[in-house]
Design a protein around this ligand. Structure first.
Ligand code: GUN
Ligand code: ZN
Length: 458
């Protein structure tokens, strides 16, 4: 796997060790090899991109000038993880005692998010969020900010410091929530969203999403204007991101608020919000016609199992989402603070259990696909991130195959790399990630005195 000869003079950097990446969807390509695995790989990076990958013995001679190589043993090099749905504004409220989703929103979430009018508070939360996700190997996330301009600026400013590829935007919400968090009017809220979109979308690696929180907290007029904004910018790569079909009480509320719509998906569709760059979080209790729409429109779906378990929402049915006749683009989401931690591998452990509760299972090959290339597909970034191959952005996670004394010993009994990954996702060690590279720079290193570093300081 090599690319065109190095055409610029920027320095080369290498990462060497055992490595794994996906090249196709194992839910759909039965029997075909959907991954590439190297016992001793060399990944060559230049100017933020991967320029060569393969067996060390083959790749190294092609780059005689390459001397700067980080070598890892007892480790597995993978594409950085992709979190397709998370609320950075909820980092201070993980583990808030819940009853139902709607009670939890009223009691904890809305008051927490109301504090983001304060830029210093937003800055602090953004700082914490990035340190947490980078220490878990997540390099791209599709992120809810909240109502306020401050919440969006704080997020993207911190992302720029790390040079991460991130998607975020102002949350649109103008009804059924406290005045302190409510948008003043549909027109003003969407005008602010457009202002922020023009400021941040395409600036470095930052990307913007139009984010109506969910149908119950948006007026018809706000949803209509949000749809217009989305369609105005969709060809420039702007996203739409919202919640869909998460919990029974929520779905019942939507039915009462929009009695003329046949399904929850139809509510968004009638306002022009269901299209090829729409990402829908949860999709647990989904009717067949909704899956068909999500497939037909090319929407992304974020599976958020730890949140669904914590908030007692629905149970995601991956075999429906991935049905061969109309497969959807699916990735994983932590949904922090409904989700209980920042680790995508730990979400995989929960995804397995959610499937088992429904008498299905999901193996580690399909799980780690969802965590990387699947996530990139859900975000329509499968040509940019989520795969170790020439031309892709060099966002990389290095997993520790001995993250704890017990895990190291236990893995000695596992044969294949997927056996090992299944054990690791099940054990869910918090110290699973040794190092995280963003655009070729090691922004997190568990063994470095200063664990986190901004891109400009590297
Ligand atoms: N639905 C609307 N808002 C939220 C939220 O903040 N978290 C979750 N899990 N579901 C939601
Ligand atoms: Zn959410």
């Amino acid at each position: 796997m090599t690319s065109t000869p190095e055409s610029n003079t920027k320095p080369l950097k290498g990462i060497r060790g055992e490595a794994l990446t996906f090249v196709a969807d194992p839910f759909l390509e039965k029997g075909k090899k959907c991954h590439r695995y190297w016992k001793d790989a060399l990944i060559v990076m230049q100017d933020g991109h991967i320029v060569d990958v393969g067996d060390y013995a083959e790749v190294a001679p092609r780059h005689p000038g390459l001397t700067d190589i980080d070598t890892y043993t007892d480790a597995l090099i993978m594409p950085g993880f992709i979190d397709c749905h998370v609320h950075y504004v909820q980092v201070s409220m993980i583990g808030s005692f819940g009853d139902t989703l709607l009670d939890w929103l009223d009691t904890y979430t809305f008051p927490t998010e109301a504090q983001f009018a304060d830029k210093d508070f937003a800055d602090e939360n953004a700082r914490v969020f990035f340190r947490q996700i980078l220490s878990q190997g997540t390099t791209t996330a599709n992120v809810f900010a909240t109502t306020f301009e401050t919440s969006v600026d704080a997020f993207f400013e911190e992302s720029e410091r790390y040079d991460t590829r991130m998607i975020s935007g102002k949350v649109l919400q103008d009804r059924n929530l406290p005045d302190s968090l409510k948008d003043p009017s549909p027109e003003e809220s969407v005008a602010l969203a457009e202002k922020l979109l023009r400021k941040w979308h395409g600036r470095g690696r930052q990307m913007y999403a139009v984010i109506p929180r969910f149908a119950p907290t948006c007026s018809d007029r706000q949803l209509r204007l949000a749809g217009e904004l989305y369609r105005k910018y969709i060809d420039r790569g702007v996203y739409m991101h919202t919640h869909l079909d998460e919990a029974p009480g929520e779905i019942e509320w939507v039915r009462m608020l929009f009695p003329d719509c046949k399904t929850y998906t139809d509510v968004y569709r009638q306002f022009g919000l269901v299209d090829r760059r729409s990402v829908m979080a949860h999709c647990c209790i989904v009717k067949e016609e909704e899956w068909q729409t999500l497939h037909d429109c090319g929407c992304g779906v974020a599976h958020c199992p730890s949140s669904n378990l914590f908030l007692g929402g629905g149970q995601f049915r991956y075999w429906e989402a991935k049905q061969r006749t109309r497969p959807c683009r699916v990735g994983m989401g932590t949904d922090v603070g409904g989700g209980t931690n920042f680790s995508i591998p730990r979400q995989l452990g929960e995804a397995y259990k959610v499937a088992m509760l429904q008498q299905k299972s999901i193996d580690a090959e399909r799980c780690f696909y969802l965590a990387t290339r699947g996530g990139a597909e859900a975000l329509h970034l499968e040509d940019t991130i989520g795969t170790l191959a020439p031309g892709f952005e060099a966002d990389i996670a290095v997993l520790d195959l001995k993250p704890t004394e017990y895990a190291g010993w236990r893995l000695g009994f596992s044969k294949s790399i997927f056996d090992k990954l299944f054990v690791l996702q099940t054990l869910g060690a918090t110290s699973l990630v040794k190092a995280t590279y963003v655009a070729g720079k090691k922004v997190f290193d568990i063994d470095r005195a200063e664990k986190f570093r901004y891109a400009a300081d590297l």
